[in-house]
Design a protein around this ligand. Structure first.
Ligand code: ADP
Ligand code: MG
Length: 730
């Protein structure tokens, strides 16, 4: 027992895996032990097959029917050796969670004897009924055929529970007509599109050896941990994932004593088990620490290719939740579970790597390397500049609305922070005079033949920027903690692909024999720097000055989801997604509807929680307390002694009245839309807007009065656990 732990709870002791001598195994010994990766394949596939698999895992591509048959057989053998009985296609419908349907390896041979079987076609494709997944009302039930298809670029793995083992096959989910029904397909398509454009760019720069470019991602995952018994007593936490009521405790995060503090023992035990499980699945968790708010924590992996990283982040979220429960916790992934303290985000660290292993966003040591770096940096800026609104829409959810712009997270305005050194370099490139540019001279004049000074800015982070350059990668900080990273990463990839494609067009027009001189490149970059200047911002993104300045610069600011989503209906703005073959326009229409629907549903669930808690918990308690006060007054009168309860009853009565009218006005607004009609396709937008403009403000009003009452009613009467218990209860 120590001062950090709740003494009433037994800590679940977790032993890390042990070797034959009974000593603790090294992480490297069990890392990815449940993954059917190349190491596991070596023993079961021919070297030719292995070569094909290695290539497909890196670059994507097709696997023919014969090879699929052999891989299926090998995967089944391996999985059965490990104790698996079932397999499933594992995919990411647009719910933010993952989906799976298990099939046993069972079959019958010709004589009718039971055998174990897993065939090539079963590996390649499965056909779940798509009609019960979100579709945005675009597809009717009869055309709801959907297919899951194996994505060989992400390795199969075995998920182990106390009740059995199953072989998981990472898959995409597409419609009969090839529309993407999931978050994964767009990510894969965007990677392919970006690779093609980036290779073109590199070839113009004379780098003919490069034959592909991939994107790398390392997502930092924030979340809250609360005691399970306490959380269970709250209707709002149980159903909506956030507290709709809750008075601020006497102490919050103001002493800044939680961030990087000692991890409480109970949480440490949870982290231990979490890491072991994730390591077995090949998820390279590197970092764990306390975050800013009390009860808030973070884990971060070593970065990987974006596709695999997205799968791994889904696994991380799933395991955070399930292992938390084993330790007597509930893990909250919501972007803003508690008012008054920081919310949770997911910082998506992002960069591009070419086939030689070079990070294209890493400033180099020679003028030529820096030219490559600057070109890719400018393509990112151009992509973000031209597609900022869609990027904003890609992170729009009811939960994230509470966070963006709430003086703790980057604002809903998309801007890019480069750091002092780079900012200066771009500025001088921009103001450099004359038409004839001597690249070498400029690089030296600007002192950027060694751009490594940029690394210094790494320490001088701007935490207020939604999109910050941090030395050799960008950090997309506006992504919500509960979101799948696949979708925002796909949109980011597509935006950069668009930037590259526009730069390529300009280079192509001036190329000779497929090559462009350094001077010409610099001239093209100079234009891009000018064109994109308005999204560059080095100052404090939380400040009012920035809101004002951004407006003056003509940058969009959509603090609310319904407004930000509207951009998806604007054909011009979504063109880059269609051009790169990432989505069809029907696809985007359905995604818009799905996002609107989720916003409506999530908001209504919150309202329902608030109404129920107010009506069935807060009101009775307050009436009881009021009665007690009145009794006291009556008694005092009978004895003709002065009672302070008179004044108190009056004041309390007044607050209670406020509460009552706030409750009624929320009910009134809610009744206006709480019918089936509000989900009709044509009504989605107006319902979402109505909720944002008329209902959520009423919820805030109700909350304010409830929280006031919480501060008056005796502590032992209050009907649900308070912030002081929830945030400081572990
Ligand atoms: P901080 O909290 O200081 O931002 P962390 O170490 O918590 O940094 O997280 C940084 C994340 O960025 C890690 O997941 C790391 O692997 C990832 N990362 C580092 N380099 C790259 C890169 N080139 N591309 C993508 N992600 C990267
Ligand atoms: Mg971090």
């Amino acid at each position: 027992k120590d001062s950090f732990s709740n003494s009433a709870v037994n800590i679940r002791k977790i032993q890390r895996p042990q070797n034959a001598d009974g000593k603790q195994s090294r992480i490297a010994d069990y890392f990815a032990s449940n993954v059917f990766d190349l190491r596991a394949m070596v023993k079961r596939l021919s070297s030719q097959d292995l070569d094909v698999m290695a290539k497909v895992m890196k670059l994507g591509g097709k696997i023919d029917a014969h090879l699929a048959e052999r891989i299926a057989a090998a995967a089944r053998e391996w999985a059965m050796e490990m104790g698996a009985t079932h397999y499933c296609h594992w995919f990411q419908p647009q719910t933010g969670a993952t989906a799976e349907k298990h099939d046993a390896f069972l079959w019958f041979d010709k004589q009718g004897n039971p055998i174990e079987r897993f065939t090539g076609p079963e590996l390649l494709q499965s056909e779940p009924d798509a009609s019960s997944f979100p579709s945005g009302g675009i597809r009717s039930t009869f055309e709801a055929r959907g297919y899951t298809g194996w994505d060989p670029s992400s390795p199969m793995f075995i998920m182990e529970t106390e009740n059995g083992k199953t072989l998981y096959i990472p898959s995409v989910f597409i419609s009969y007509h090839g529309d993407a029904l999931d978050f994964k397909t767009p990510l894969l398509r965007s990677n392919k599109a970006l690779s093609e454009e980036a290779v073109k760019t590199l070839h113009f720069l004379g780098e003919k050896k490069v034959h592909y470019v991939s994107t790398s991602v390392g997502p930092e995952q924030e979340f809250f941990i609360v005691d399970k018994e306490l959380a269970r007593k709250r209707i709002d936490l149980k159903f909506s994932g956030r507290t709709v009521f809750g008075r601020r405790p006497p102490k919050g995060q103001e002493l800044e004593d939680h961030y990087f503090g000692q991890i409480p023992s109970r949480v440490q035990a949870f982290f231990n088990e979490l890491e072991v499980e994730l390591y077995k699945l090949g998820v390279p968790i590197k970092t764990r620490h306390n975050e800013v708010a009390p009860g808030q924590f973070e884990i971060a992996p070593i970065f990987e290719s974006s596709n695999i990283s997205a799968d791994h982040n889904q696994l991380a979220m799933k395991y955070i939740k399930s292992i938390a429960i084993k330790h007597g916790f509930i893990a909250l992934m919501h972007e803003k579970p508690f008012a008054g303290v920081n919310g949770s985000g997911k910082h998506v660290n992002w960069s591009m790597q070419d086939s030689t292993g070079r990070n294209l966003l890493d400033p180099g040591a020679t003028p030529h390397e820096n030219l490559v770096f600057l070109t890719f940096l400018c393509s990112v800026l151009l992509g973000i500049h031209d597609n900022a609104d869609v990027l904003r829409a890609s992170i729009a959810t009811a939960g994230n609305d509470h966070r963006l712009g709430a003086n703790e997270a980057p604002p809903a305005i998309i801007s890019a922070f480069l750091g002092n050194t780079l900012d200066k370099i771009l500025n001088s490139l921009e103001s450099g005079s004359g038409d004839i540019i001597n690249a070498e001279k400029i690089m030296i004049d600007l002192g950027i033949s060694h751009l490594q000074g940029v690394a210094k800015d790494n320490t001088d982070r701007n935490r207020t920027s939604p999109f910050a350059f941090t030395g050799n990668k960008f950090e997309f900080r506006a992504v919500g903690s509960s979101a799948s990273i696949s979708y925002p990463t796909a949109i980011l990839n597509a935006a950069v692909c668009d930037g590259l494609s526009k730069i390529n067009k300009r280079l192509e027009a001036r190329a000779q024999n497929g090559r462009v001189s350094d001077n010409i490149i610099l001239r093209v970059l100079k234009d891009v720097i000018k064109e994109t200047k308005k999204i560059r911002f080095e100052g404090n993104g939380y400040s009012q000055e920035w809101l004002d300045e951004a407006k003056q610069r003509g940058l969009s600011n959509f603090p609310m989801t319904p407004d930000s989503l509207a951009v998806l209906a604007d054909e011009k703005k979504i063109q880059f997604l269609i051009q790169a073959n990432i989505f069809t326009s029907e696809d985007i229409a359905s995604r818009l509807a799905i996002q609107q629907e989720r916003y409506i549903k999530q908001s209504l669930i919150e309202i329902n929680c608030a109404l129920e808690m107010a009506q069935t918990q807060v009101m009775p308690v307050c009436l009881n307390y009021l009665e007690k006060l009145m009794d006291n007054v009556k008694l005092a009168k009978e004895l003709s002694i002065p009672s302070p309860a008179i004044k108190f009853a009056e004041e309390f009565g007044k607050e209670f009245n406020h509460f009552f009218s706030a409750l009624n006005s929320l009910k009134l607004q809610y009744d206006k839309i709480s019918n089936e009609e509000c989900y009709e396709h044509s009504k989605l937008n107006s319902t979402a807007v109505f909720i944002g403009q008329h209902i959520l403000p009423k919820l805030v009003e109700l909350r304010n009065t409830v929280d006031l009452l919480e501060g008056i009613v005796p502590h032992n009467l209050w009907p649900y656990p308070k912030y002081s218990e929830l945030l400081f209860g572990i």
